[in-house]
Design a protein around this ligand. Sequence first.
Ligand SMILES: [Zn+2]
Length: 237
Amino acid sequence: MIKIISALLITATVMFAHSEEHAHWDYATHGPADWGHFSATCEKGKSQSPINIRTVDTVNLNSSHILKLDEDRHTVAEVIDNGHSIKITPKKGGKIVLNGVVFKLLQFHFHGNSENTVNGVHFDLEMHMVHQNADGTLAVVAVVYNEGKNNPALDNILGGIGKTIRIDPADLLPADTNKYYHWVGSLTTPPCSEHVEWYLLKEPQSASKEQIAAFRKYYDHNFRPTQPLNNRKVEAR
Ligand SMILES: [Zn+2]
């Protein structure tokens, strides 16, 4: 009898776990406050992203954290609406080098408004270029956008949703890539895994009012609120 009951309990537990998995995280019904149901790290992690960068609290960049960008590749890329963002997957991505270690570009995607804030202020959009090294460690290069003139590289993406486009990821970077913030954080979506190297390029890019509106037709608030910094330091260069 006990065996049967315990077998039933196990079955019930497994079924419950499965129904939880089948509920999808989002930014509304199953929004950021509920993401602990999808991954405990989202709720309990102490080095979560995004963050608010208080510029007065930043420290000088440790030279071992210098970011070397090498994204200039002419490639084809798939542009999809994956239900959480507009995601671009280049066939032949570029790379970044951190302290001699190569991280390859896997994909990039957009959030609106920005996820990270500077002195409490959001930007209109934020792009995350997600890179990975041979050990599986992730490094994200973030580019922020404010409303201004039309951005041709964004037109290419916004006009290519659901298609394969020709792209050079370097076209999405600001002219000055030598000024940035660095910290260690997490993925900003479940499973919110930590030990992610973050670089936010300081020079904002522009996107026209129409381009921002075109993105908002897909996602008008796919950004997680900023998370406690706890004992982390943000480095600046
Ligand atoms: Zn992101």
